[in-house]
Design a protein around this ligand. Structure first.
Ligand SMILES: CC/C=C\C/C=C\CCCC/C=C/C(=O)SCCNC(=O)CCNC(=O)[C@H](O)C(C)(C)COP(=O)(O)OP(=O)(O)OC[C@H]1O[C@@H](n2cnc3c(N)ncnc32)[C@H](O)[C@@H]1OP(=O)(O)O
Length: 289
């Protein structure tokens, strides 16, 4: 299993859980629960996102994330991943606005394609994906949670979650909207998407965009306990079922991805959109002072 120490500001921490060897010592004399605890314990890999300061999706970060997910997917040791943030300010701030501001159409094309690739890899992953959301995640920052199998949110008023694109003067792509509809339903999605709602924890739980809200210091332990339940199901049955449920949604992107790229590039290249994104980025920087 690759162990990748994070580079300055950019990187992922991936490590098998367990002792120094990555696996807990075998317990031969204990009961079934002990045995099964050891079994699931080293079947899951924590994946800690670290692209300081806010885990925004730069092209480089997306590319690294896809490579690391592919490694985990191909390593048969692992059956599930708990994804969390190693940046104190955010779980993820979504699309890195510097990637979609002031660049050229070729860059926008490449960027959008890589973002689609990440979405497809996550949405159709054979692994159990649990998002341990320990910070705010807005717009594209919801990509990982919305493609996960289970979402646990820290009970902190700063931990807002939602697709707030309309507030930035842009529209969420259909492949962000579709998983939201699948998770919270049509009417709630209409409301949330049009108003660009960012939900605080209690409301997020109520609308169903997250499955559990727990104190911040319990997010990781809760994720481990939920993972135990999911890994108790035989992989082949769970994977077939996941694929059956998710494939129609994923197929829509596969079928329309070129058109979606063209739409994105022409939309994002408009002067009016560029201006409003630049203003939003400038406002983010001002708010700091
Ligand atoms: C036809 C239609 C076809 C297609 C549709 C077209 C377009 C679709 C658009 C794509 C859909 C997805 C969009 C997105 O994801 S856009 C990004 C949305 N994200 C946000 O709105 C979050 C913005 N950030 C925040 O709210 C806060 O930064 C956050 C995360 C709550 C943390 O707050 P705080 O602790 O106070 O930290 P700062 O605000 O000071 O931020 C630190 C530092 O990070 C910079 N930064 C924050 N977010 C981003 C970002 N998304 N991209 C780039 N940089 C970001 C911020 O400016 C600060 O920088 P500084 O240099 O000042 O330190």
């Amino acid at each position: 299993m690759p162990h990748l120490p994070p580079a300055q500001g950019l990187g992922f921490r991936m490590r098998p859980s367990g002792g120094k060897s990555g696996r807990p010592a075998a317990r031969s004399v204990h009961g079934v629960s002990e045995v099964s605890a050891s079994w699931w314990w080293w079947s899951q890999a924590p994946l800690q996102l670290k692209n300081l300061p806010v885990n925004s999706f730069s092209l480089e970060f997306l590319t690294e994330l896809i490579i690391n997910l592919e490694k985990l997917e191909n390593d048969k040791t692992f059956r599930g991943i708990i994804i969390t943030s190693d940046c104190p300010k955010a779980f993820s701030a979504g699309v890195d606005l510097r990637e979609i501001c002031g660049k050229n159409p070729a860059h926008y094309t490449e960027y959008w394609k890589v973002l689609q690739d990440l979405w497809l890899r996550l949405y159709l992953s054979n692994l159990v994906l649990i998002s341990a959301i320990n910070g705010p995640c807005a717009a594209g920052g919801c990509l990982i949670p919305l493609t996960s199998d289970y979402r646990i949110l820290a009970d902190n008023p700063k931990c807002l979650i939602g697709l707030n694109e309309t507030r930035l003067g842009i529209s969420a792509p259909f492949w962000f909207k579709d998983p939201l509809v699948n998770i919270i339903g049509h009417r709630a999605s209409e409301h949330a998407l049009q108003l660009g709602l960012l939900f605080p924890p209690a409301e997020a739980l109520q609308v169903g965009i997250v499955d559990k809200v727990v104190p911040k210091d319990q997010v990781q332990s809760t994720a481990l306990s939920v993972m135990t339940q999911w890994l108790a199901i035989p992989d082949h049955a769970r994977q077939l079922t996941k694929n059956m449920i998710r494939k129609p949604t994923a197929d829509l992107l596969v079928k329309h991805r070129d058109t979606d790229i063209q739409n994105f590039v022409s939309f994002i290249s408009r002067d009016s959109i560029q201006k409003s994104l630049q203003m939003y980025l400038a406002k983010l920087k001002q708010n700091k002072d």
